[in-house]
Design a protein around this ligand. Structure first.
Ligand SMILES: [Fe+2]
Length: 230
């Protein structure tokens, strides 16, 4: 990914003081060109063998059904011309319905769900489409400032054909009241670009009485690029 194919304002500010940790980790010096420690052209072998049977159904990882609202999330990965990006390894991770991650660093006062770990992965198909079933994540506090709560979100990582081609973003849900208060969401300067992080409710993707559907297309670059680096 070259930065010059991203219009200004689409990717988040690397140093955004309201998002406190960016002040310590954001680059203070101009970029340096360095030799990559491993060949950046090393291929990812994105065969279906990478995938386990329930990687696309995060509600099937325990002995029983997880708590919360079961949903399906689907969308297409597209390039700047709207062409499908096939065979991209898409990984997702998220909090459970109570807003708790299955991770030792998340010890906040919300329960773990023994039937929900919050990780999944899949490959895009010939149309660039991915699809997974999960539980709608809850918002969670993150200590950035008083009453700092993240809007509900799902983290996405996308790999291209080589390990050097990795992009990371976050998907949000429509009409979340926390958008205006979240410095991570707000660190994307362009308002239209911020809206591209928000999934669309989809009656078409809704599955009967089982689960509501959400659509989230991911555009890798160009004027309509999805913000990355969140
Ligand atoms: Fe998160």
């Amino acid at each position: 990914m070259k930065f010059d194919v991203i219009e200004p304002g689409i990717w988040p500010e690397l140093i955004y003081p309201a998002y406190k940790s960016t002040v310590a980790r954001g680059p203070q010096q101009p970029n340096l060109r360095i030799e990559a420690p491993v060949p950046v052209t090393q291929n990812i072998v994105t065969t279906p063998r990478l995938l386990l049977p329930n990687d696309t159904d995060l509600t099937k990882h325990g002995q029983g059904e997880p708590l919360g609202e079961k949903i399906v999330v689907t969308g297409r990965v597209l390039d700047e011309d709207g062409k499908p990006v096939r065979n991209s390894l898409v990984e997702v991770w998220q909090a459970n319905s109570a807003g708790r991650y299955w991770h030792k660093k998340d010890q906040h006062a919300a329960p773990l769900d023994p039937n929900f770990y919050g990780v999944g992965k899949m490959l895009t198909d010939d149309e660039g489409r991915y699809r997974f079933v999960t539980i709608k994540p809850g918002p969670y506090p993150w200590g950035n400032h008083d009453k700092a709560w993240r809007p509900a979100h799902i983290h996405f990582s996308l790999f291209g054909n080589v390990y050097a081609q990795r992009l990371v973003t976050q998907m949000y849900f429509p009409s979340d009241p926390l958008f205006d208060y979240d410095p991570i969401f707000q660190s994307v300067p362009d308002e239209a670009a911020r809206r591209r992080l928000i999934s669309r409710f989809s009656m078409e993707e809704t599955v009967g009485g089982e689960m509501l559907g959400y659509e989230f297309d991911i555009v890798l670059r160009g004027r309509d690029a999805t913000p990355m680096g969140l």
